[in-house]
Design a protein around this ligand. Structure first.
Ligand SMILES: C[S@@+](CC[C@H](N)C(=O)[O-])C[C@H]1O[C@@H](n2cnc3c(N)ncnc32)[C@H](O)[C@@H]1O
Length: 345
């Protein structure tokens, strides 16, 4: 199905079959400032997880905090605009989505509305039956790892056999950085042969994640960044938005294909208690609004217009080649401002 949205300053094209999305403003060479309705909603359908990763930014535990199917449908209803339609896609997370008792119903409810559904999982509860269920229903599944030693090759094979597009989410911190540089050098291509895309997630010091593991702009990180342009990884690589400034600053990546932080501009986060935030990693409640109190339209149009104007004040004085395309540092984590420079005055 092709989804199109057009207004004077914002044009969007999305293909639900391939996941291809394009956006432009008055002309193809102009970027819209923000979307009149989000293209993507990141939804935590629970904060329940039995795995207990020591670096979990959500501090998830087996706490039974599930979003009910009724609440999930309310969220999808809220994310429907009479003028713009539904969000193009959702990314389900948690907690562990595969531990949600109504996971399959949630997938079905999303598919019925013509919304592309993706989800992130630790993979522990993935089996042949689940892979078969997912066949033809989801855009992509992301398996999370902190080291390739955690790779569950048998499960990846099951997904491949079921034709489910499978990505890896690789958490990039100062412990996993050397392995990540090896991934870019192609040293793990055998292990990654059934993976469609590998997304490096910048480590955030939130929840159980200690600040000690944060990346810093040292020689090792510079070496990793320097390997991006001519990387030999067998899978397509990608990065989360927090890493985009350093890519714009130090690589030849085509800025037409990457986005400065999209949060609150093109995407939004909703937690299991129905709170809307610009980003799942938000470390304060400054722009957190409950769907029980405000309509989504009010949040997106009114509340977030203030957020957007704050973010657009990029005070970085670094005169890099992509200054005009960059939104500067992450507004939540100073520790992630790898190339950001502020005026000493
Ligand atoms: C919180 S998990 C929830 C979904 C699911 N349980 C999983 O393991 O993928 C969502 C994603 O956040 C990543 N993640 C967890 N803690 C993180 C941190 N401190 N910094 C950055 N990413 C983190 C995980 O690796 C995973 O890809």
């Amino acid at each position: 199905m092709i989804i199109r949205r057009h207004s004077e300053n914002y044009n969007f094209f999305g293909d639900t079959e391939t996941g291809l999305t394009l956006r432009w403003s008055r002309s193809l060479s102009e970027n819209p400032e923000y979307a009149p309705w989000p293209e993507l909603a990141d939804i935590s359908i629970s904060n329940h997880c039995s795995k207990g990763c020591e670096f979990c930014y959500r501090d998830s535990t087996p706490n039974q905090s599930f979003m009910s199917v009724k609440q999930y449908e309310f969220v999808l209803d809220s994310l429907h605009s009479n003028q713009w339609g539904n969000v193009f896609q959702v990314a389900l997370g948690g907690g562990e989505p595969l531990e949600h008792p109504d996971f399959e119903t949630i997938i079905q409810k999303t598919v019925q509305r013509g919304i592309v559904v993706n989800f992130t999982t630790n993979g522990i509860n993935l089996d042949k039956a689940r892979a078969e269920f997912l066949k033809g229903k989801i855009g992509a599944l992301a398996l999370s790892v902190h080291s390739l030693a955690d790779l569950q090759s048998e499960k990846i094979k099951l997904l491949k056999e079921a034709g489910v597009r499978t990505n890896l989410h690789f958490v990039l911190d100062n412990q996993s950085l050397d392995e990540a540089t090896g991934i870019l050098a192609g040293s793990f291509n055998q292990e990654l042969q059934n993976i469609d895309g590998l997304i490096f997630l910048t480590y955030k010091p939130k929840g159980r994640a200690s600040a000690k593991r944060c990346l810093t702009m040292d020689e090792r990180l510079s070496q990793f960044v320097a390997s991006v342009d001519n990387n030999k990884c067998i899978a397509r690589i990608g990065f989360d938005a927090c890493f985009v400034p350093v890519l714009m600053n130090s690589t030849d990546v085509n800025v037409d294909y990457i986005d400065s932080c999209e949060c609150g501009f093109f995407s939004v986060y909703i937690d299991e208690a129905l709170n809307v935030k610009p980003c799942s990693f938000a470390n304060n409640d400054h722009f957190s609004y409950s769907l029980n109190e405000f309509s989504f339209q009010t949040i997106w149009d009114q509340k977030y217009s203030l957020y957007r104007s704050e973010i657009k004040e990029n005070r970085c004085v670094n005169t890099c080649k992509n200054k005009s395309n960059c939104r500067g540092k992450c507004s939540y984590y100073d520790a992630l401002s790898f190339c950001y420079q502020e005026s000493p005055g």
